[in-house]
Design a protein around this ligand. Structure first.
Ligand code: G3H
Ligand code: 13P
Ligand code: ZN
Length: 304
């Protein structure tokens, strides 16, 4: 049985720890995340963007995720990440997702409230949780383009939550999506986060939270990747964010980097190799290493 976001984050909010939300779109990524979480006895959130749903198919992903939950007996949440298309959200609720994000952050405040409230109505009627977003998180992704970061205003956040009834709120405190997060030094607005948490006292979400670890970038580049000057959120700032109220931490880029490094390593070191299981097997190991590190960092190990 899958858990809801509300259940998992209520415990995290009370226990002051974070739960990893990892973006998935194929079998190997799902297995790497779930194996790491099961090994560390941690709850975990498996999330699919609209792009991931288009790539792999909602029902294919759902069957694998349900099997993972059945086999491993840890709380697993199945969540739509950055839902903007209401048809996809409706379909996800029907298909068996236990949580959806409605991302109205690009809309004027009243429109964001209206669309979020509508989704909360549909979702809560079926026992499905809802994450909303206020402010913008930078970075250019397929389907998510926000160049300028508008930080979340604490008073406006209170009004948004009161009017919509969301179970969790994604806040903008300086992170951005992708592998190139900061123009200069990495810096999150922890003081703003502290105030938002004090006013809302509810589960808060950090998007764009990948660490872009140096060892991973070096490994990928050693085997031929050309990544320029990437940079992520350092571990100590993730810790500070959790200490000040973040309970769901989104990670996609680090998994992509680990996948890339693993595939490149096999292709570069064993050019005679062409069995997908051997090529993807190494990627799966590296992705699991990355996820294990993050689960320990978030403090959710042993909380399953
Ligand atoms: O925050 C967004 C995720 O990184 C998903 O990216 O839309 O390319 O799947 P995607
Ligand atoms: P990263 O690009 O930092 O991994 O962020 C992912 C994310 O926020 C998914 O919603
Ligand atoms: Zn995001």
């Amino acid at each position: 049985m899958l858990a809801t976001l509300k259940q998992v984050l209520a415990k995290a909010n009370k226990g002051k720890y974070g739960v990893g939300a990892f973006n998935i779109n194929n079998l190997e990524i799902i297995q790497s995340v779930v194996n790491a979480a099961a090994k560390l006895k941690s709850p975990v959130i498996l999330q699919t963007s609209e792009g991931a749903i288009k790539y792999a198919g909602m029902k294919y992903l759902k069957v694998i995720v349900e099997e993972a939950a059945e086999e491993n007996k840890i709380p697993i949440v199945f969540h739509v990440d950055h839902g903007r298309d209401l048809e996809i959200i409706k379909e996800a609720i029907k298909t068996g997702y236990t949580s959806v994000m409605i991302d109205g952050s690009h809309l004027p405040f009243d429109e964001n409230v209206a669309i979020t409230k509508k989704v909360v109505g549909w979702a809560h009627a079926k026992g499905v949780s809802v994450e909303g977003e206020l402010g913008t998180i930078g970075g250019a992704e397929e389907k998510i383009v926000a160049r300028k970061i508008i930080y979340t205003d604490p008073a406006v956040a209170k009004e948004f939550v009161d009017k919509t009834g969301v179970d969790a709120l994604a806040v903008a405190i300086g992170t951005s999506h992708g592998a190139y997060k900061f123009a200069g030094a990495a810096k999150l607005d922890i003081e703003r986060l502290r105030i938002i948490k004090k006013i809302l006292n509810m589960p808060l979400v950090l998007h764009g939270a990948s660490g872009v670890p140096e060892w991973l970038v070096h490994t990928a580049e050693h085997y031929g990747a050309k990544l320029g000057k990437p940079g992520g959120v350092p571990d100590d700032q993730i810790k500070a964010a959790i200490k000040n109220g973040i309970n769901k931490i989104n990670t996609d880029t680090d998994i992509r980097l680990a996948f890339d490094a693993g595939v490149r390593e096999v292709i570069a070191t064993a050019p005679e190799e062409f069995d997908p299981r051997h090529i993807l097997g190494r990627a799966r190991e590296l992705m699991q290493d990355v996820v294990e590190h993050r689960i320990k960092l978030f403090g959710s190990a042993g909380k399953a």
